[in-house]
Design a protein around this ligand. Sequence first.
Ligand SMILES: [Zn+2]
Length: 468
Amino acid sequence: MSPVAKLEVMNSLLLTGGRVVDPANQFDSVADVLLVKGKVSAVGRNLAAPAGVAKFDARGMIVAPGLIDLHVHLREPGQTAKETIATGTAAAARGGFTSIVCMPNTSPAIDNAGTVALIHERAKAEGAVNVFVTGAISKEIAGEELAPIGGLKKAGVIAITDDGHCVQNNDLMRRACEYAKMFDLPVMDHCQDYSLVTDGVMHEGYWNLALGLRGWPSAGEEMIVARNILLAELTGAKIHCQHLSAAGSVARIREAKKRGVPISGEACPHHFTLTDAAVAGSEKFWAQDGKALAHLSSAGPLPAWPAYDTNFKMNPPLRSARDREAILEGLADGTIEILCSDHAPHCDYEKEVEFDYAPFGITGLETELALSLMQLVHTKRLSLADMIAKFTVNPARLLNLKKGTLTPGADADVTVFDPDLEWIFEREESASKSKNSPFFGWKLKGRAAATIVAGKNVLVEHPQPAAV
Ligand SMILES: [Zn+2]
Protein backbone atom coordinates (compact mmCIF):
# COMPACT_ATOMS: atom_id res chain seq x y z
CA MET A 1 0.00 0.00 0.00
CA SER A 2 1.39 3.41 -0.91
CA PRO A 3 1.81 5.95 1.94
CA VAL A 4 -0.97 8.07 0.40
CA ALA A 5 -3.45 5.18 0.34
CA LYS A 6 -2.51 4.32 3.92
CA LEU A 7 -3.28 7.88 5.00
CA GLU A 8 -6.75 7.59 3.54
CA VAL A 9 -7.81 4.78 5.85
CA MET A 10 -6.47 6.43 9.00
CA ASN A 11 -9.17 7.50 11.44
CA SER A 12 -11.65 5.35 9.56
CA LEU A 13 -13.77 2.48 10.81
CA LEU A 14 -16.94 0.62 9.87
CA LEU A 15 -19.11 -0.29 12.86
CA THR A 16 -21.43 -3.10 11.83
CA GLY A 17 -24.73 -4.39 13.15
CA GLY A 18 -25.11 -2.41 16.37
CA ARG A 19 -28.26 -0.71 17.66
CA VAL A 20 -27.55 2.89 16.71
CA VAL A 21 -29.13 5.38 19.10
CA ASP A 22 -28.67 9.01 18.06
CA PRO A 23 -31.16 11.16 20.01
CA ALA A 24 -30.21 14.34 18.13
CA ASN A 25 -31.68 12.77 14.99
CA GLN A 26 -34.33 10.71 16.80
CA PHE A 27 -32.69 7.67 15.28
CA ASP A 28 -32.92 4.29 17.04
CA SER A 29 -32.41 1.27 14.81
CA VAL A 30 -29.99 -1.52 13.97
CA ALA A 31 -27.56 -0.05 11.45
CA ASP A 32 -23.94 0.30 10.36
CA VAL A 33 -21.94 3.47 10.96
CA LEU A 34 -19.13 4.38 8.59
CA LEU A 35 -16.42 6.70 9.84
CA VAL A 36 -14.00 8.09 7.25
CA LYS A 37 -11.00 10.30 7.99
CA GLY A 38 -12.24 11.39 11.36
CA LYS A 39 -15.80 12.23 10.29
CA VAL A 40 -19.10 10.38 10.25
CA SER A 41 -19.59 9.40 6.61
CA ALA A 42 -22.84 7.42 6.67
CA VAL A 43 -25.35 5.66 8.90
CA GLY A 44 -27.46 2.92 7.29
CA ARG A 45 -28.02 -0.74 6.50
CA ASN A 46 -25.43 -2.96 4.81
CA LEU A 47 -22.76 -0.31 4.34
CA ALA A 48 -19.63 -1.54 2.58
CA ALA A 49 -16.21 -0.83 4.00
CA PRO A 50 -14.05 1.10 1.54
CA ALA A 51 -10.73 -0.63 0.80
CA GLY A 52 -8.43 -0.73 3.79
CA VAL A 53 -11.02 0.42 6.35
CA ALA A 54 -11.13 -1.77 9.47
CA LYS A 55 -14.42 -3.24 10.72
CA PHE A 56 -15.75 -3.39 14.26
CA ASP A 57 -18.47 -5.93 14.99
CA ALA A 58 -21.00 -4.07 17.15
CA ARG A 59 -23.74 -6.72 17.13
CA GLY A 60 -25.58 -6.84 20.45
CA MET A 61 -24.14 -3.46 21.42
CA ILE A 62 -25.35 0.11 21.52
CA VAL A 63 -23.67 2.55 19.14
CA ALA A 64 -24.10 6.10 20.44
CA PRO A 65 -22.62 9.51 19.67
CA GLY A 66 -19.44 9.93 21.74
CA LEU A 67 -20.41 10.56 25.35
CA ILE A 68 -19.62 13.97 26.87
CA ASP A 69 -18.90 14.59 30.57
CA LEU A 70 -19.15 18.30 31.25
CA HIS A 71 -17.92 18.16 34.85
CA VAL A 72 -14.40 16.77 35.34
CA HIS A 73 -11.48 17.84 37.52
CA LEU A 74 -8.25 17.01 35.65
CA ARG A 75 -6.06 18.64 38.35
CA GLU A 76 -3.46 19.83 35.85
CA PRO A 77 -1.72 22.24 36.19
CA GLY A 78 -0.58 22.23 39.79
CA GLN A 79 -2.11 19.13 41.42
CA THR A 80 -0.63 16.37 39.29
CA ALA A 81 -0.19 14.02 42.26
CA LYS A 82 -4.00 13.61 42.12
CA GLU A 83 -4.49 13.36 38.34
CA THR A 84 -2.97 14.54 35.08
CA ILE A 85 -4.44 15.27 31.67
CA ALA A 86 -2.97 11.93 30.54
CA THR A 87 -4.43 9.82 33.38
CA GLY A 88 -7.75 11.69 33.57
CA THR A 89 -8.39 11.32 29.86
CA ALA A 90 -7.33 7.63 30.04
CA ALA A 91 -10.03 7.16 32.70
CA ALA A 92 -12.49 8.95 30.41
CA ALA A 93 -11.60 6.60 27.53
CA ARG A 94 -12.18 3.62 29.83
CA GLY A 95 -15.54 5.00 30.86
CA GLY A 96 -16.72 5.54 27.28
CA PHE A 97 -16.28 9.34 27.19
CA THR A 98 -14.94 10.92 24.02
CA SER A 99 -15.16 14.52 25.29
CA ILE A 100 -14.71 15.94 28.76
CA VAL A 101 -14.96 19.45 30.14
CA CYS A 102 -12.42 20.37 32.80
CA MET A 103 -13.05 22.64 35.77
CA PRO A 104 -10.92 25.74 36.45
CA ASN A 105 -9.97 25.13 40.12
CA THR A 106 -6.44 24.10 39.22
CA SER A 107 -3.29 25.72 40.50
CA PRO A 108 -3.01 28.33 39.11
CA ALA A 109 -6.74 28.65 38.49
CA ILE A 110 -7.96 28.90 34.89
CA ASP A 111 -8.64 32.63 35.16
CA ASN A 112 -6.26 33.74 32.41
CA ALA A 113 -5.63 33.02 28.72
CA GLY A 114 -2.17 31.53 29.39
CA THR A 115 -3.48 28.66 31.51
CA VAL A 116 -6.20 27.94 28.93
CA ALA A 117 -3.52 27.71 26.22
CA LEU A 118 -1.37 25.43 28.41
CA ILE A 119 -4.23 22.97 28.93
CA HIS A 120 -5.17 22.99 25.25
CA GLU A 121 -1.54 22.24 24.38
CA ARG A 122 -1.11 19.42 26.91
CA ALA A 123 -4.47 17.90 26.02
CA LYS A 124 -3.47 17.84 22.36
CA ALA A 125 -0.15 16.20 23.18
CA GLU A 126 -1.18 13.77 25.92
CA GLY A 127 -4.97 13.54 26.01
CA ALA A 128 -6.68 10.31 25.01
CA VAL A 129 -9.98 12.14 24.41
CA ASN A 130 -11.17 15.67 23.56
CA VAL A 131 -10.72 18.18 26.38
CA PHE A 132 -12.79 21.35 26.57
CA VAL A 133 -11.85 24.04 29.06
CA THR A 134 -13.94 26.23 31.36
CA GLY A 135 -12.72 29.53 32.76
CA ALA A 136 -13.22 30.96 36.23
CA ILE A 137 -15.95 33.48 37.00
CA SER A 138 -13.75 35.33 39.47
CA LYS A 139 -10.00 35.96 39.70
CA GLU A 140 -8.30 33.08 41.55
CA ILE A 141 -11.83 31.73 42.17
CA ALA A 142 -11.83 34.04 45.19
CA GLY A 143 -15.31 35.45 44.51
CA GLU A 144 -14.15 39.05 44.79
CA GLU A 145 -13.26 40.38 41.36
CA LEU A 146 -14.44 39.21 37.94
CA ALA A 147 -12.00 37.21 35.82
CA PRO A 148 -11.34 38.63 32.31
CA ILE A 149 -14.36 36.84 30.78
CA GLY A 150 -13.92 38.28 27.27
CA GLY A 151 -10.26 37.28 27.22
CA LEU A 152 -11.10 33.79 28.43
CA LYS A 153 -13.68 33.40 25.68
CA LYS A 154 -11.10 34.53 23.12
CA ALA A 155 -8.70 31.91 24.51
CA GLY A 156 -11.34 29.26 23.85
CA VAL A 157 -13.21 28.54 27.09
CA ILE A 158 -16.69 27.15 26.51
CA ALA A 159 -18.28 28.25 29.82
CA ILE A 160 -17.40 29.98 33.06
CA THR A 161 -17.69 28.55 36.57
CA ASP A 162 -16.04 28.91 39.98
CA ASP A 163 -16.75 25.22 40.65
CA GLY A 164 -15.47 24.02 44.00
CA HIS A 165 -16.45 27.49 45.16
CA CYS A 166 -19.53 29.66 44.71
CA VAL A 167 -19.70 33.41 44.16
CA GLN A 168 -21.50 34.67 47.27
CA ASN A 169 -21.83 38.31 46.22
CA ASN A 170 -25.07 38.46 44.21
CA ASP A 171 -24.12 41.69 42.44
CA LEU A 172 -20.82 40.21 41.27
CA MET A 173 -22.72 37.15 40.02
CA ARG A 174 -25.16 39.42 38.21
CA ARG A 175 -22.31 41.18 36.42
CA ALA A 176 -20.71 37.84 35.55
CA CYS A 177 -24.03 36.80 33.98
CA GLU A 178 -24.25 40.03 31.99
CA TYR A 179 -20.73 39.58 30.58
CA ALA A 180 -21.32 35.89 29.93
CA LYS A 181 -24.46 36.71 27.95
CA MET A 182 -22.58 39.30 25.92
CA PHE A 183 -19.95 36.69 25.04
CA ASP A 184 -22.54 33.92 24.55
CA LEU A 185 -21.07 31.76 27.33
CA PRO A 186 -23.15 29.69 29.73
CA VAL A 187 -22.50 30.23 33.44
CA MET A 188 -22.14 27.00 35.43
CA ASP A 189 -22.51 27.26 39.18
CA HIS A 190 -21.60 25.13 42.17
CA CYS A 191 -24.55 26.06 44.36
CA GLN A 192 -23.48 26.55 47.99
CA ASP A 193 -24.47 29.33 50.38
CA TYR A 194 -21.48 29.68 52.69
CA SER A 195 -23.35 31.31 55.57
CA LEU A 196 -25.80 28.37 55.74
CA VAL A 197 -23.32 25.58 55.09
CA THR A 198 -20.41 26.95 57.19
CA ASP A 199 -18.15 23.97 57.91
CA GLY A 200 -20.71 21.21 57.28
CA VAL A 201 -19.27 17.90 56.07
CA MET A 202 -22.38 15.78 55.40
CA HIS A 203 -26.13 16.18 54.79
CA GLU A 204 -27.95 17.79 57.71
CA GLY A 205 -30.57 15.24 58.73
CA TYR A 206 -30.80 12.14 60.88
CA TRP A 207 -27.42 10.58 60.10
CA ASN A 208 -25.18 13.57 60.76
CA LEU A 209 -26.70 13.79 64.24
CA ALA A 210 -26.30 10.05 64.82
CA LEU A 211 -22.68 10.19 63.64
CA GLY A 212 -21.78 13.47 65.34
CA LEU A 213 -20.77 15.21 62.10
CA ARG A 214 -21.53 18.82 61.18
CA GLY A 215 -24.48 19.25 58.83
CA TRP A 216 -24.57 20.73 55.27
CA PRO A 217 -28.28 21.58 54.92
CA SER A 218 -30.20 21.21 51.64
CA ALA A 219 -31.22 24.85 52.01
CA GLY A 220 -27.57 25.78 51.44
CA GLU A 221 -27.93 24.50 47.87
CA GLU A 222 -31.53 25.61 47.29
CA MET A 223 -30.72 29.18 48.32
CA ILE A 224 -28.22 29.54 45.46
CA VAL A 225 -30.40 27.65 42.97
CA ALA A 226 -33.17 30.17 43.76
CA ARG A 227 -30.67 33.04 43.40
CA ASN A 228 -29.56 31.68 40.03
CA ILE A 229 -33.15 31.43 38.79
CA LEU A 230 -33.67 35.09 39.69
CA LEU A 231 -30.45 36.14 37.99
CA ALA A 232 -31.15 34.07 34.85
CA GLU A 233 -34.50 35.82 34.67
CA LEU A 234 -33.01 39.25 35.30
CA THR A 235 -30.07 39.00 32.89
CA GLY A 236 -31.22 36.45 30.30
CA ALA A 237 -27.94 34.57 30.77
CA LYS A 238 -27.95 30.76 30.62
CA ILE A 239 -27.22 29.51 34.14
CA HIS A 240 -26.50 25.82 34.67
CA CYS A 241 -26.68 24.48 38.25
CA GLN A 242 -23.99 21.86 38.84
CA HIS A 243 -24.31 18.52 40.68
CA LEU A 244 -27.84 18.92 42.06
CA SER A 245 -28.43 16.96 45.27
CA ALA A 246 -31.58 18.30 46.95
CA ALA A 247 -35.29 17.72 46.26
CA GLY A 248 -36.01 21.45 46.68
CA SER A 249 -33.49 22.36 43.98
CA VAL A 250 -35.24 20.07 41.49
CA ALA A 251 -38.66 21.53 42.35
CA ARG A 252 -37.40 25.10 41.89
CA ILE A 253 -35.77 24.37 38.53
CA ARG A 254 -38.87 22.48 37.32
CA GLU A 255 -41.07 25.47 38.13
CA ALA A 256 -38.67 28.02 36.57
CA LYS A 257 -38.22 26.03 33.36
CA LYS A 258 -42.00 25.96 32.93
CA ARG A 259 -41.87 29.75 32.85
CA GLY A 260 -39.12 29.68 30.23
CA VAL A 261 -36.27 30.82 32.49
CA PRO A 262 -32.89 29.88 30.91
CA ILE A 263 -31.91 27.65 33.83
CA SER A 264 -30.67 24.05 33.68
CA GLY A 265 -29.23 21.39 35.94
CA GLU A 266 -27.08 18.27 36.04
CA ALA A 267 -26.97 15.19 38.28
CA CYS A 268 -24.19 12.78 39.22
CA PRO A 269 -24.65 9.01 39.75
CA HIS A 270 -23.54 9.10 43.41
CA HIS A 271 -26.41 11.46 44.25
CA PHE A 272 -29.02 9.22 42.61
CA THR A 273 -27.55 5.93 43.83
CA LEU A 274 -26.30 6.51 47.37
CA THR A 275 -27.73 8.34 50.40
CA ASP A 276 -26.36 9.86 53.61
CA ALA A 277 -26.95 6.50 55.35
CA ALA A 278 -23.86 5.26 53.47
CA VAL A 279 -21.69 7.45 55.73
CA ALA A 280 -22.85 5.22 58.62
CA GLY A 281 -21.34 2.18 56.88
CA SER A 282 -22.54 -0.48 54.45
CA GLU A 283 -24.64 -2.43 56.99
CA LYS A 284 -26.79 0.59 57.81
CA PHE A 285 -27.02 1.53 54.14
CA TRP A 286 -28.09 -1.89 52.82
CA ALA A 287 -30.56 -2.35 55.69
CA GLN A 288 -32.42 0.84 54.72
CA ASP A 289 -31.81 3.03 51.71
CA GLY A 290 -29.80 0.37 49.85
CA LYS A 291 -32.91 -1.79 49.50
CA ALA A 292 -33.97 0.38 46.57
CA LEU A 293 -30.99 -0.89 44.58
CA ALA A 294 -32.78 -4.11 43.63
CA HIS A 295 -30.38 -4.89 40.82
CA LEU A 296 -27.59 -5.38 43.37
CA SER A 297 -29.42 -7.37 46.02
CA SER A 298 -29.56 -10.56 43.94
CA ALA A 299 -25.93 -10.30 42.91
CA GLY A 300 -24.19 -12.19 45.70
CA PRO A 301 -22.38 -10.54 48.60
CA LEU A 302 -23.05 -6.83 48.77
CA PRO A 303 -20.12 -4.38 48.82
CA ALA A 304 -18.96 -3.53 52.36
CA TRP A 305 -17.37 -0.42 53.83
CA PRO A 306 -16.94 1.02 57.32
CA ALA A 307 -18.70 4.00 58.90
CA TYR A 308 -16.99 7.37 58.32
CA ASP A 309 -15.45 6.14 55.03
CA THR A 310 -14.19 9.34 53.41
CA ASN A 311 -14.94 8.00 49.90
CA PHE A 312 -18.54 8.86 50.77
CA LYS A 313 -17.65 12.51 51.41
CA MET A 314 -18.38 14.85 48.53
CA ASN A 315 -19.70 18.35 47.94
CA PRO A 316 -22.66 18.66 47.82
CA PRO A 317 -23.07 15.69 50.15
CA LEU A 318 -25.07 12.48 49.74
CA ARG A 319 -28.59 13.32 50.87
CA SER A 320 -31.70 11.51 52.10
CA ALA A 321 -33.59 8.75 50.27
CA ARG A 322 -36.29 11.35 49.51
CA ASP A 323 -33.75 13.62 47.82
CA ARG A 324 -32.34 10.68 45.85
CA GLU A 325 -35.87 9.91 44.61
CA ALA A 326 -36.43 13.56 43.65
CA ILE A 327 -33.22 13.60 41.57
CA LEU A 328 -34.37 10.41 39.81
CA GLU A 329 -37.78 11.98 39.15
CA GLY A 330 -36.12 15.15 37.86
CA LEU A 331 -34.09 13.05 35.44
CA ALA A 332 -37.14 11.07 34.38
CA ASP A 333 -39.38 14.08 33.65
CA GLY A 334 -36.65 16.10 31.89
CA THR A 335 -36.16 18.75 34.58
CA ILE A 336 -32.53 17.62 34.82
CA GLU A 337 -31.22 17.34 31.27
CA ILE A 338 -27.59 16.45 31.84
CA LEU A 339 -25.67 13.58 33.47
CA CYS A 340 -22.04 13.94 34.55
CA SER A 341 -19.53 12.60 37.06
CA ASP A 342 -17.97 15.52 38.97
CA HIS A 343 -14.82 13.33 38.72
CA ALA A 344 -12.76 14.72 41.62
CA PRO A 345 -9.55 12.77 42.25
CA HIS A 346 -7.70 13.01 45.58
CA CYS A 347 -4.59 11.17 46.81
CA ASP A 348 -4.87 8.33 49.34
CA TYR A 349 -2.93 10.29 51.97
CA GLU A 350 -5.42 13.15 51.68
CA LYS A 351 -8.48 10.89 52.02
CA GLU A 352 -7.01 8.63 54.73
CA VAL A 353 -7.73 11.06 57.55
CA GLU A 354 -10.70 11.74 59.84
CA PHE A 355 -13.97 12.43 58.02
CA ASP A 356 -13.91 16.08 59.13
CA TYR A 357 -10.52 16.72 57.56
CA ALA A 358 -10.76 14.76 54.30
CA PRO A 359 -11.23 16.72 51.06
CA PHE A 360 -14.64 16.51 49.34
CA GLY A 361 -14.94 14.50 46.14
CA ILE A 362 -14.76 11.11 44.42
CA THR A 363 -13.63 9.79 41.04
CA GLY A 364 -16.44 8.93 38.62
CA LEU A 365 -15.45 8.71 34.95
CA GLU A 366 -15.17 4.91 34.90
CA THR A 367 -18.44 4.15 36.73
CA GLU A 368 -20.94 6.80 35.59
CA LEU A 369 -22.16 5.03 32.44
CA ALA A 370 -22.88 1.78 34.32
CA LEU A 371 -24.50 3.50 37.32
CA SER A 372 -26.68 5.62 35.03
CA LEU A 373 -27.77 2.55 33.08
CA MET A 374 -28.50 0.71 36.32
CA GLN A 375 -30.44 3.47 38.05
CA LEU A 376 -32.21 4.94 35.02
CA VAL A 377 -32.51 2.46 32.15
CA HIS A 378 -32.43 -1.00 33.76
CA THR A 379 -35.02 0.24 36.27
CA LYS A 380 -37.13 1.58 33.36
CA ARG A 381 -37.23 5.12 34.70
CA LEU A 382 -35.79 6.42 31.42
CA SER A 383 -35.54 5.12 27.87
CA LEU A 384 -32.07 4.34 26.58
CA ALA A 385 -32.38 7.20 24.07
CA ASP A 386 -33.28 9.67 26.84
CA MET A 387 -30.31 8.60 28.94
CA ILE A 388 -27.95 8.90 25.97
CA ALA A 389 -29.34 12.38 25.21
CA LYS A 390 -28.28 13.49 28.71
CA PHE A 391 -24.70 12.44 27.89
CA THR A 392 -24.59 13.74 24.30
CA VAL A 393 -26.88 16.22 22.56
CA ASN A 394 -28.02 17.96 25.76
CA PRO A 395 -24.56 18.93 27.08
CA ALA A 396 -23.47 19.76 23.49
CA ARG A 397 -26.44 22.12 23.14
CA LEU A 398 -25.77 23.86 26.48
CA LEU A 399 -22.12 24.42 25.64
CA ASN A 400 -22.55 25.15 21.90
CA LEU A 401 -20.30 22.20 21.02
CA LYS A 402 -20.40 20.65 17.56
CA LYS A 403 -20.54 17.23 19.17
CA GLY A 404 -23.06 14.74 20.47
CA THR A 405 -24.55 13.47 17.19
CA LEU A 406 -23.88 10.96 14.42
CA THR A 407 -25.14 13.25 11.64
CA PRO A 408 -22.98 12.67 8.53
CA GLY A 409 -20.22 15.26 8.53
CA ALA A 410 -19.97 15.35 12.32
CA ASP A 411 -16.72 14.46 14.11
CA ALA A 412 -16.32 10.69 14.25
CA ASP A 413 -16.70 10.48 18.04
CA VAL A 414 -18.63 7.33 18.90
CA THR A 415 -19.19 5.28 22.04
CA VAL A 416 -20.01 1.59 21.67
CA PHE A 417 -21.25 -0.07 24.85
CA ASP A 418 -22.78 -3.28 26.09
CA PRO A 419 -25.65 -2.20 28.38
CA ASP A 420 -25.92 -5.63 30.02
CA LEU A 421 -22.30 -6.61 30.59
CA GLU A 422 -21.67 -7.31 34.28
CA TRP A 423 -18.29 -6.46 35.76
CA ILE A 424 -16.72 -5.60 39.08
CA PHE A 425 -15.02 -2.25 39.49
CA GLU A 426 -11.62 -3.12 40.97
CA ARG A 427 -9.36 -0.59 42.62
CA GLU A 428 -6.21 -1.99 40.98
CA GLU A 429 -7.74 -1.69 37.53
CA SER A 430 -8.82 1.96 37.64
CA ALA A 431 -7.04 4.13 35.08
CA SER A 432 -7.34 7.27 37.22
CA LYS A 433 -4.24 8.26 39.19
CA SER A 434 -6.41 8.52 42.32
CA LYS A 435 -8.43 5.72 43.87
CA ASN A 436 -11.09 7.62 45.82
CA SER A 437 -14.23 5.88 44.61
CA PRO A 438 -17.01 4.55 46.84
CA PHE A 439 -17.86 1.97 44.16
CA PHE A 440 -14.85 -0.36 44.31
CA GLY A 441 -16.04 -3.94 44.67
CA TRP A 442 -19.48 -3.11 43.25
CA LYS A 443 -20.94 -5.34 40.60
CA LEU A 444 -21.89 -2.96 37.82
CA LYS A 445 -23.99 -3.55 34.72
CA GLY A 446 -23.06 -1.92 31.41
CA ARG A 447 -19.67 -0.96 30.03
CA ALA A 448 -17.98 0.71 27.07
CA ALA A 449 -16.62 -1.63 24.40
CA ALA A 450 -15.11 1.07 22.17
CA THR A 451 -14.43 4.75 22.73
CA ILE A 452 -13.85 6.24 19.32
CA VAL A 453 -12.35 9.71 19.06
CA ALA A 454 -12.04 11.19 15.55
CA GLY A 455 -12.43 7.74 14.01
CA LYS A 456 -9.84 6.07 16.28
CA ASN A 457 -10.68 3.57 19.01
CA VAL A 458 -8.76 4.93 22.03
CA LEU A 459 -9.99 2.11 24.25
CA VAL A 460 -7.42 -0.09 22.47
CA GLU A 461 -4.67 1.85 24.24
CA HIS A 462 -6.55 1.95 27.53
CA PRO A 463 -8.23 -1.44 27.49
CA GLN A 464 -10.91 -2.71 29.80
CA PRO A 465 -10.14 -5.52 32.22
CA ALA A 466 -12.01 -8.81 31.72
CA ALA A 467 -15.74 -9.12 32.42
CA VAL A 468 -17.07 -11.33 35.23
ZN1 LIG B 1 -18.62 21.49 42.57
